[in-house]
Ligand binder design. Structure first.
Ligand code: FAD
Length: 427
Protein backbone atom coordinates (compact mmCIF):
# COMPACT_ATOMS: atom_id res chain seq x y z
CA UNK A 1 0.00 0.00 0.00
CA UNK A 2 1.09 3.55 -0.77
CA UNK A 3 -0.24 7.06 -0.34
CA UNK A 4 -0.03 9.82 -2.93
CA UNK A 5 0.84 13.45 -2.45
CA UNK A 6 -0.64 15.38 -5.34
CA UNK A 7 1.22 18.65 -6.11
CA UNK A 8 -0.98 21.33 -7.66
CA UNK A 9 -0.17 24.92 -6.77
CA UNK A 10 2.38 24.52 -3.98
CA UNK A 11 5.40 23.41 -5.95
CA UNK A 12 7.89 23.03 -3.14
CA UNK A 13 9.16 20.32 -0.82
CA UNK A 14 9.56 22.43 2.29
CA UNK A 15 6.91 23.87 4.59
CA UNK A 16 4.19 22.16 2.60
CA UNK A 17 1.30 21.15 4.86
CA UNK A 18 -0.24 18.38 2.76
CA UNK A 19 3.12 16.83 1.96
CA UNK A 20 4.14 16.97 5.61
CA UNK A 21 1.05 15.01 6.62
CA UNK A 22 1.48 12.50 3.81
CA UNK A 23 5.00 11.79 5.03
CA UNK A 24 3.67 11.38 8.58
CA UNK A 25 1.38 8.55 7.44
CA UNK A 26 2.25 4.87 7.78
CA UNK A 27 2.85 4.38 4.06
CA UNK A 28 5.45 5.23 1.43
CA UNK A 29 4.59 8.45 -0.39
CA UNK A 30 4.43 8.77 -4.17
CA UNK A 31 4.72 12.43 -5.15
CA UNK A 32 2.60 13.22 -8.21
CA UNK A 33 2.02 16.10 -10.60
CA UNK A 34 -0.55 16.04 -13.40
CA UNK A 35 -0.29 18.33 -16.40
CA UNK A 36 -4.05 18.75 -16.74
CA UNK A 37 -5.04 18.85 -20.40
CA UNK A 38 -8.31 20.61 -19.51
CA UNK A 39 -6.14 23.61 -18.57
CA UNK A 40 -3.23 23.15 -20.96
CA UNK A 41 -5.28 22.76 -24.14
CA UNK A 42 -6.30 26.42 -24.11
CA UNK A 43 -2.74 27.75 -23.70
CA UNK A 44 -0.16 28.83 -26.29
CA UNK A 45 2.47 26.17 -26.92
CA UNK A 46 5.20 28.43 -25.55
CA UNK A 47 3.26 29.55 -22.46
CA UNK A 48 5.79 30.88 -19.97
CA UNK A 49 3.93 29.49 -16.97
CA UNK A 50 4.18 25.95 -18.30
CA UNK A 51 7.92 26.43 -18.76
CA UNK A 52 8.16 27.69 -15.17
CA UNK A 53 6.14 24.80 -13.77
CA UNK A 54 8.24 22.32 -15.73
CA UNK A 55 11.52 23.83 -14.45
CA UNK A 56 10.23 23.87 -10.89
CA UNK A 57 9.13 20.24 -11.07
CA UNK A 58 12.50 19.34 -12.49
CA UNK A 59 14.18 20.80 -9.39
CA UNK A 60 11.80 18.92 -7.11
CA UNK A 61 12.55 15.72 -9.00
CA UNK A 62 16.30 16.27 -8.67
CA UNK A 63 15.91 16.73 -4.91
CA UNK A 64 13.86 13.55 -4.72
CA UNK A 65 16.51 11.64 -6.67
CA UNK A 66 18.91 12.32 -3.82
CA UNK A 67 16.74 10.16 -1.57
CA UNK A 68 16.30 7.55 -4.33
CA UNK A 69 12.79 8.63 -5.13
CA UNK A 70 11.30 10.58 -8.05
CA UNK A 71 8.31 12.63 -9.06
CA UNK A 72 5.61 10.86 -11.00
CA UNK A 73 4.51 13.25 -13.76
CA UNK A 74 1.40 12.51 -15.78
CA UNK A 75 -0.19 14.32 -18.67
CA UNK A 76 -3.91 14.03 -19.33
CA UNK A 77 -7.40 14.59 -18.06
CA UNK A 78 -7.21 14.38 -14.26
CA UNK A 79 -10.03 11.91 -13.64
CA UNK A 80 -8.71 9.56 -16.32
CA UNK A 81 -5.20 9.80 -14.87
CA UNK A 82 -6.46 8.97 -11.40
CA UNK A 83 -8.50 6.04 -12.70
CA UNK A 84 -5.36 4.53 -14.16
CA UNK A 85 -3.38 5.22 -10.97
CA UNK A 86 -6.00 3.38 -8.92
CA UNK A 87 -5.60 0.41 -11.28
CA UNK A 88 -1.84 0.47 -11.13
CA UNK A 89 -1.25 1.05 -7.38
CA UNK A 90 -2.78 -0.11 -4.12
CA UNK A 91 -3.61 3.35 -2.80
CA UNK A 92 -4.51 3.87 0.84
CA UNK A 93 -4.80 7.65 0.69
CA UNK A 94 -4.59 10.76 -1.45
CA UNK A 95 -3.13 13.90 0.17
CA UNK A 96 -3.30 17.37 -1.33
CA UNK A 97 -3.58 21.03 -0.44
CA UNK A 98 -6.88 22.76 -1.10
CA UNK A 99 -7.45 25.01 -4.09
CA UNK A 100 -10.39 27.40 -3.86
CA UNK A 101 -11.15 27.99 -7.55
CA UNK A 102 -14.51 26.67 -8.79
CA UNK A 103 -12.88 24.43 -11.42
CA UNK A 104 -10.53 22.92 -8.84
CA UNK A 105 -13.31 22.34 -6.31
CA UNK A 106 -15.32 20.36 -8.89
CA UNK A 107 -12.26 18.43 -10.03
CA UNK A 108 -11.29 17.53 -6.46
CA UNK A 109 -14.82 16.35 -5.73
CA UNK A 110 -14.62 13.93 -8.67
CA UNK A 111 -11.31 12.56 -7.42
CA UNK A 112 -12.72 12.26 -3.89
CA UNK A 113 -15.69 10.24 -5.22
CA UNK A 114 -13.34 8.02 -7.20
CA UNK A 115 -11.12 7.48 -4.15
CA UNK A 116 -14.14 6.47 -2.08
CA UNK A 117 -15.14 3.89 -4.67
CA UNK A 118 -11.64 2.50 -4.36
CA UNK A 119 -11.73 2.47 -0.55
CA UNK A 120 -9.06 5.14 -0.29
CA UNK A 121 -9.13 8.14 2.03
CA UNK A 122 -8.73 11.73 0.82
CA UNK A 123 -6.93 14.24 3.06
CA UNK A 124 -7.20 17.89 2.01
CA UNK A 125 -5.21 20.64 3.77
CA UNK A 126 -5.07 24.40 3.97
CA UNK A 127 -1.70 25.55 2.70
CA UNK A 128 -1.83 28.53 0.36
CA UNK A 129 -3.52 30.96 2.74
CA UNK A 130 -3.43 31.71 6.45
CA UNK A 131 -7.22 31.80 6.73
CA UNK A 132 -9.53 30.12 4.26
CA UNK A 133 -13.18 29.79 3.26
CA UNK A 134 -15.30 30.95 6.22
CA UNK A 135 -12.59 31.31 8.85
CA UNK A 136 -12.84 35.10 8.80
CA UNK A 137 -16.47 36.17 8.95
CA UNK A 138 -18.65 38.95 10.24
CA UNK A 139 -20.42 38.49 13.60
CA UNK A 140 -23.41 36.99 11.76
CA UNK A 141 -21.22 34.30 10.21
CA UNK A 142 -21.44 35.73 6.71
CA UNK A 143 -18.35 36.49 4.64
CA UNK A 144 -16.92 39.98 4.55
CA UNK A 145 -17.30 41.89 1.31
CA UNK A 146 -15.41 44.98 2.47
CA UNK A 147 -11.65 44.80 2.80
CA UNK A 148 -10.84 46.91 5.88
CA UNK A 149 -13.00 45.06 8.44
CA UNK A 150 -11.84 41.78 6.89
CA UNK A 151 -8.25 42.84 7.37
CA UNK A 152 -8.83 43.90 10.99
CA UNK A 153 -10.48 40.60 11.83
CA UNK A 154 -7.73 38.75 9.97
CA UNK A 155 -5.05 40.53 12.04
CA UNK A 156 -6.87 39.81 15.32
CA UNK A 157 -7.17 36.16 14.47
CA UNK A 158 -3.57 36.01 13.35
CA UNK A 159 -2.48 37.33 16.74
CA UNK A 160 -4.69 34.84 18.58
CA UNK A 161 -3.38 32.05 16.44
CA UNK A 162 0.14 32.31 17.84
CA UNK A 163 3.04 30.53 16.18
CA UNK A 164 2.52 28.18 13.27
CA UNK A 165 4.13 24.78 13.44
CA UNK A 166 7.02 24.42 11.01
CA UNK A 167 6.18 21.85 8.39
CA UNK A 168 9.69 20.66 7.74
CA UNK A 169 9.79 17.49 5.71
CA UNK A 170 13.54 16.98 5.36
CA UNK A 171 13.79 14.58 8.28
CA UNK A 172 11.06 12.44 6.79
CA UNK A 173 12.43 12.20 3.26
CA UNK A 174 13.17 8.51 3.66
CA UNK A 175 9.38 8.03 3.56
CA UNK A 176 9.25 8.76 -0.17
CA UNK A 177 8.50 5.74 -2.32
CA UNK A 178 11.69 4.36 -3.92
CA UNK A 179 11.29 4.93 -7.64
CA UNK A 180 12.87 6.09 -10.85
CA UNK A 181 9.96 7.47 -12.85
CA UNK A 182 10.87 9.05 -16.15
CA UNK A 183 10.78 12.82 -15.98
CA UNK A 184 9.16 14.18 -19.18
CA UNK A 185 10.61 16.94 -21.34
CA UNK A 186 8.48 19.96 -22.21
CA UNK A 187 8.11 18.49 -25.70
CA UNK A 188 6.74 15.27 -24.21
CA UNK A 189 3.78 17.26 -22.92
CA UNK A 190 3.36 19.15 -26.19
CA UNK A 191 5.01 22.43 -25.14
CA UNK A 192 8.10 24.40 -26.01
CA UNK A 193 10.34 26.60 -23.90
CA UNK A 194 9.28 30.22 -23.46
CA UNK A 195 11.69 33.12 -23.75
CA UNK A 196 9.88 34.85 -20.90
CA UNK A 197 11.32 33.92 -17.52
CA UNK A 198 9.91 34.26 -14.04
CA UNK A 199 12.13 36.58 -12.02
CA UNK A 200 13.31 35.53 -8.60
CA UNK A 201 11.49 37.25 -5.78
CA UNK A 202 13.43 39.81 -3.84
CA UNK A 203 12.49 41.02 -0.40
CA UNK A 204 15.37 43.49 -0.20
CA UNK A 205 13.52 45.64 -2.76
CA UNK A 206 10.74 46.40 -0.31
CA UNK A 207 12.73 48.02 2.49
CA UNK A 208 10.79 51.26 1.97
CA UNK A 209 7.66 49.67 0.49
CA UNK A 210 5.08 52.05 1.97
CA UNK A 211 6.71 55.04 0.24
CA UNK A 212 8.02 53.49 -2.96
CA UNK A 213 5.65 50.76 -4.08
CA UNK A 214 3.51 53.03 -6.29
CA UNK A 215 6.38 54.25 -8.46
CA UNK A 216 7.05 51.77 -11.25
CA UNK A 217 10.47 53.20 -12.14
CA UNK A 218 11.73 52.52 -8.61
CA UNK A 219 11.25 48.80 -9.14
CA UNK A 220 10.57 48.37 -5.45
CA UNK A 221 8.04 45.57 -5.25
CA UNK A 222 8.83 42.01 -4.32
CA UNK A 223 8.07 40.05 -7.53
CA UNK A 224 6.56 37.44 -5.30
CA UNK A 225 3.31 37.09 -7.22
CA UNK A 226 4.21 34.16 -9.53
CA UNK A 227 5.88 32.45 -6.58
CA UNK A 228 2.76 32.80 -4.48
CA UNK A 229 0.70 31.61 -7.43
CA UNK A 230 2.70 28.43 -7.90
CA UNK A 231 3.67 27.99 -4.28
CA UNK A 232 7.41 28.19 -4.81
CA UNK A 233 7.39 30.17 -1.56
CA UNK A 234 5.49 29.36 1.62
CA UNK A 235 2.72 31.85 2.41
CA UNK A 236 3.13 31.14 6.12
CA UNK A 237 6.84 31.95 6.18
CA UNK A 238 6.24 35.09 4.19
CA UNK A 239 3.40 36.31 6.36
CA UNK A 240 5.35 35.66 9.56
CA UNK A 241 8.22 37.67 8.08
CA UNK A 242 5.95 40.51 6.89
CA UNK A 243 4.19 40.66 10.24
CA UNK A 244 7.50 41.48 11.91
CA UNK A 245 8.91 43.76 9.25
CA UNK A 246 6.38 45.63 7.17
CA UNK A 247 2.71 46.32 7.89
CA UNK A 248 1.94 47.80 4.45
CA UNK A 249 3.38 44.78 2.73
CA UNK A 250 1.44 42.47 5.03
CA UNK A 251 -1.77 44.24 4.12
CA UNK A 252 -1.13 43.47 0.43
CA UNK A 253 -0.81 39.80 1.32
CA UNK A 254 -4.13 40.13 3.12
CA UNK A 255 -5.70 41.58 -0.07
CA UNK A 256 -4.68 38.34 -1.72
CA UNK A 257 -6.55 36.34 0.92
CA UNK A 258 -9.50 38.72 0.78
CA UNK A 259 -10.01 38.05 -2.92
CA UNK A 260 -9.51 34.31 -2.42
CA UNK A 261 -12.32 34.17 0.11
CA UNK A 262 -14.50 36.32 -2.15
CA UNK A 263 -14.04 33.85 -5.01
CA UNK A 264 -14.69 30.91 -2.70
CA UNK A 265 -17.84 32.40 -1.17
CA UNK A 266 -19.16 34.14 -4.30
CA UNK A 267 -17.95 32.01 -7.24
CA UNK A 268 -20.18 33.92 -9.66
CA UNK A 269 -17.64 36.79 -9.59
CA UNK A 270 -15.55 34.73 -11.95
CA UNK A 271 -17.83 35.74 -14.82
CA UNK A 272 -20.48 38.13 -13.45
CA UNK A 273 -20.48 41.48 -11.71
CA UNK A 274 -20.34 41.15 -7.94
CA UNK A 275 -22.88 43.99 -7.84
CA UNK A 276 -25.70 43.02 -10.16
CA UNK A 277 -26.94 46.63 -10.08
CA UNK A 278 -24.22 47.19 -12.71
CA UNK A 279 -25.54 44.54 -15.10
CA UNK A 280 -27.37 47.11 -17.23
CA UNK A 281 -24.34 49.14 -18.32
CA UNK A 282 -24.22 49.48 -22.10
CA UNK A 283 -20.59 48.68 -22.85
CA UNK A 284 -19.29 49.91 -26.18
CA UNK A 285 -17.08 46.80 -26.61
CA UNK A 286 -15.37 48.09 -29.75
CA UNK A 287 -13.04 45.34 -30.99
CA UNK A 288 -10.66 47.61 -32.90
CA UNK A 289 -10.20 49.76 -29.79
CA UNK A 290 -9.66 46.64 -27.67
CA UNK A 291 -6.86 45.56 -30.04
CA UNK A 292 -5.15 48.94 -29.68
CA UNK A 293 -5.30 48.62 -25.92
CA UNK A 294 -3.85 45.09 -26.05
CA UNK A 295 -0.95 46.21 -28.21
CA UNK A 296 -0.20 49.32 -26.14
CA UNK A 297 -1.20 51.74 -28.88
CA UNK A 298 -3.71 53.98 -27.11
CA UNK A 299 -1.58 57.12 -27.34
CA UNK A 300 -1.49 57.39 -23.53
CA UNK A 301 2.12 56.66 -22.53
CA UNK A 302 1.39 55.13 -19.15
CA UNK A 303 -1.25 52.79 -20.56
CA UNK A 304 0.95 51.84 -23.52
CA UNK A 305 4.08 51.30 -21.43
CA UNK A 306 2.13 49.01 -19.10
CA UNK A 307 0.65 46.93 -21.90
CA UNK A 308 4.03 46.58 -23.58
CA UNK A 309 5.64 45.55 -20.32
CA UNK A 310 2.93 42.91 -19.98
CA UNK A 311 3.32 41.66 -23.55
CA UNK A 312 7.10 41.46 -23.34
CA UNK A 313 7.62 40.19 -19.81
CA UNK A 314 4.37 38.72 -18.47
CA UNK A 315 4.46 41.26 -15.66
CA UNK A 316 3.08 44.75 -15.04
CA UNK A 317 3.55 47.01 -12.04
CA UNK A 318 0.44 47.22 -9.83
CA UNK A 319 -0.09 50.99 -10.18
CA UNK A 320 0.05 50.64 -13.94
CA UNK A 321 -2.33 47.65 -13.86
CA UNK A 322 -4.82 49.94 -12.12
CA UNK A 323 -4.39 52.61 -14.78
CA UNK A 324 -4.71 50.31 -17.80
CA UNK A 325 -7.71 48.53 -16.30
CA UNK A 326 -9.53 51.76 -15.52
CA UNK A 327 -8.73 53.03 -19.02
CA UNK A 328 -10.24 49.95 -20.67
CA UNK A 329 -13.42 49.93 -18.60
CA UNK A 330 -14.03 53.65 -18.33
CA UNK A 331 -12.33 55.49 -21.21
CA UNK A 332 -13.15 52.80 -23.76
CA UNK A 333 -16.23 51.37 -22.03
CA UNK A 334 -15.14 47.81 -22.71
CA UNK A 335 -16.46 45.30 -20.19
CA UNK A 336 -13.94 44.13 -17.58
CA UNK A 337 -14.24 40.49 -18.65
CA UNK A 338 -12.32 41.25 -21.87
CA UNK A 339 -9.43 42.79 -19.99
CA UNK A 340 -9.50 40.06 -17.39
CA UNK A 341 -9.21 37.41 -20.10
CA UNK A 342 -6.30 39.22 -21.75
CA UNK A 343 -4.44 39.46 -18.43
CA UNK A 344 -5.20 35.78 -17.78
CA UNK A 345 -3.48 34.89 -21.03
CA UNK A 346 -0.40 37.03 -20.41
CA UNK A 347 0.31 37.37 -16.68
CA UNK A 348 2.90 35.05 -15.14
CA UNK A 349 1.16 35.64 -11.83
CA UNK A 350 -2.33 35.16 -13.21
CA UNK A 351 -4.53 34.07 -10.35
CA UNK A 352 -8.26 33.91 -10.93
CA UNK A 353 -9.22 35.37 -7.54
CA UNK A 354 -6.84 38.35 -7.65
CA UNK A 355 -7.39 39.04 -11.32
CA UNK A 356 -11.18 39.03 -11.17
CA UNK A 357 -11.15 40.90 -7.84
CA UNK A 358 -8.91 43.66 -9.13
CA UNK A 359 -10.63 43.95 -12.50
CA UNK A 360 -14.01 44.28 -10.83
CA UNK A 361 -12.47 46.83 -8.49
CA UNK A 362 -11.29 48.90 -11.47
CA UNK A 363 -14.61 48.56 -13.29
CA UNK A 364 -16.53 49.58 -10.18
CA UNK A 365 -18.61 46.38 -10.32
CA UNK A 366 -16.76 44.59 -7.51
CA UNK A 367 -17.43 44.13 -3.81
CA UNK A 368 -15.23 46.87 -2.41
CA UNK A 369 -14.66 48.71 -5.65
CA UNK A 370 -13.60 52.12 -6.92
CA UNK A 371 -16.73 54.30 -7.25
CA UNK A 372 -18.02 54.53 -10.82
CA UNK A 373 -17.47 58.29 -11.04
CA UNK A 374 -13.78 57.97 -10.22
CA UNK A 375 -12.10 57.94 -13.61
CA UNK A 376 -8.30 57.86 -13.46
CA UNK A 377 -6.73 60.53 -15.64
CA UNK A 378 -3.84 58.66 -17.27
CA UNK A 379 -1.85 61.88 -17.78
CA UNK A 380 -2.14 62.86 -14.12
CA UNK A 381 -1.26 59.31 -13.06
CA UNK A 382 1.86 59.61 -15.19
CA UNK A 383 2.84 62.95 -13.64
CA UNK A 384 2.29 61.63 -10.13
CA UNK A 385 3.92 58.24 -10.41
CA UNK A 386 6.45 58.52 -13.24
CA UNK A 387 6.97 62.27 -13.49
CA UNK A 388 10.38 61.96 -15.14
CA UNK A 389 9.13 59.38 -17.61
CA UNK A 390 11.75 56.82 -16.60
CA UNK A 391 9.33 53.88 -16.62
CA UNK A 392 7.62 54.83 -19.85
CA UNK A 393 10.90 55.29 -21.73
CA UNK A 394 11.86 51.79 -20.70
CA UNK A 395 8.91 50.39 -22.64
CA UNK A 396 8.34 53.05 -25.30
CA UNK A 397 11.75 53.82 -26.80
CA UNK A 398 10.22 56.08 -29.47
CA UNK A 399 8.69 58.28 -26.77
CA UNK A 400 11.12 61.19 -27.11
CA UNK A 401 10.51 61.48 -30.82
CA UNK A 402 7.02 62.77 -30.17
CA UNK A 403 4.32 60.41 -29.10
CA UNK A 404 1.17 59.51 -31.03
CA UNK A 405 -2.16 61.23 -30.39
CA UNK A 406 -4.43 59.77 -27.69
CA UNK A 407 -7.05 57.48 -29.25
CA UNK A 408 -9.74 59.16 -27.17
CA UNK A 409 -9.80 62.55 -25.54
CA UNK A 410 -9.78 62.35 -21.73
CA UNK A 411 -12.44 64.94 -20.82
CA UNK A 412 -14.93 63.54 -23.33
CA UNK A 413 -14.22 59.93 -22.29
CA UNK A 414 -14.62 60.77 -18.63
CA UNK A 415 -18.02 62.38 -19.16
CA UNK A 416 -19.14 59.58 -21.44
CA UNK A 417 -18.13 56.97 -18.85
CA UNK A 418 -19.94 58.68 -15.99
CA UNK A 419 -23.08 59.21 -18.07
CA UNK A 420 -23.07 55.60 -19.31
CA UNK A 421 -22.60 54.19 -15.82
CA UNK A 422 -25.29 56.46 -14.38
CA UNK A 423 -27.76 55.38 -17.00
CA UNK A 424 -26.94 51.68 -16.60
CA UNK A 425 -26.89 51.34 -12.82
CA UNK A 426 -30.09 49.97 -11.31
CA UNK A 427 -30.90 52.01 -8.22
P1 FAD B 1 4.10 43.37 -4.26
O1 FAD B 1 3.70 44.80 -4.25
O2 FAD B 1 5.48 43.05 -3.83
O3 FAD B 1 3.02 42.60 -3.37
C1 FAD B 1 3.29 41.38 -2.68
C2 FAD B 1 2.19 40.40 -2.91
O4 FAD B 1 0.96 40.88 -2.36
C3 FAD B 1 1.88 40.13 -4.36
O5 FAD B 1 2.78 39.20 -4.90
C4 FAD B 1 0.45 39.60 -4.27
O6 FAD B 1 0.42 38.25 -3.92
C5 FAD B 1 -0.14 40.42 -3.13
N1 FAD B 1 -0.86 41.57 -3.69
C6 FAD B 1 -0.39 42.81 -3.89
N2 FAD B 1 -1.36 43.62 -4.38
C7 FAD B 1 -2.46 42.85 -4.50
C8 FAD B 1 -3.78 43.09 -4.94
N3 FAD B 1 -4.18 44.30 -5.37
N4 FAD B 1 -4.65 42.06 -4.97
C9 FAD B 1 -4.29 40.84 -4.54
N5 FAD B 1 -3.06 40.56 -4.11
C10 FAD B 1 -2.15 41.54 -4.08
N6 FAD B 1 -2.09 39.81 -8.64
C11 FAD B 1 -1.91 38.50 -8.84
O7 FAD B 1 -1.21 37.85 -8.06
N7 FAD B 1 -2.51 37.84 -9.89
C12 FAD B 1 -3.30 38.50 -10.79
O8 FAD B 1 -3.85 37.88 -11.72
C13 FAD B 1 -3.49 39.89 -10.61
N8 FAD B 1 -4.24 40.61 -11.49
C14 FAD B 1 -4.41 41.96 -11.29
C15 FAD B 1 -5.21 42.69 -12.19
C16 FAD B 1 -5.41 44.06 -12.02
C17 FAD B 1 -6.30 44.82 -12.97
C18 FAD B 1 -4.79 44.72 -10.95
C19 FAD B 1 -4.99 46.19 -10.73
C20 FAD B 1 -4.00 44.01 -10.05
C21 FAD B 1 -3.80 42.64 -10.19
N9 FAD B 1 -3.01 41.88 -9.29
C22 FAD B 1 -2.86 40.53 -9.50
C23 FAD B 1 -2.49 42.49 -8.05
C24 FAD B 1 -1.08 43.11 -8.11
O9 FAD B 1 -0.97 43.98 -9.21
C25 FAD B 1 0.03 42.06 -8.20
O10 FAD B 1 -0.14 41.10 -7.19
C26 FAD B 1 1.41 42.72 -8.01
O11 FAD B 1 1.60 43.72 -8.97
C27 FAD B 1 2.49 41.65 -8.15
O12 FAD B 1 3.76 42.17 -8.05
P2 FAD B 1 4.64 41.98 -6.74
O13 FAD B 1 4.62 40.56 -6.32
O14 FAD B 1 5.97 42.61 -7.02
O15 FAD B 1 3.80 42.85 -5.72
Amino acid sequence: KVVFFWFRRELRLEDNVGLFHALESDYAVIPLFIFDTAILDSLAKNDARVTFIHQTLNKINTDLNVVKSSLLVKNGETLAVWKSLFEEFDIQGVFYNKDYEPYAIKRDQKITDLAKKNNAEVYAFKDQVIFEELEITKADGLPYTIYTPFKNKWLDKFKENGAFPGYSEKKQFSKFYPSNFKFPTLEDIGFEESKIVVKSHNLTKISNYGETRDFPALDSTSYLSPHLRFGTVSTRKLVIWANKKNAVFLSELIWREFFMQILFNFPKVMTDNFKSAYDGIKWRNNEAEFKKWCKGETGYPMVDAGMRQLNETGYMHNRVRMVVASFLCKHLLIQWQWGEAYFAEKLLDYDLSANVGNWQWAAGTGCDAAPYFRVFNPEIQLKKFDGKGVYIRQWIPEFDLGYSEPMVEHAMARERAIATYKEGIVK
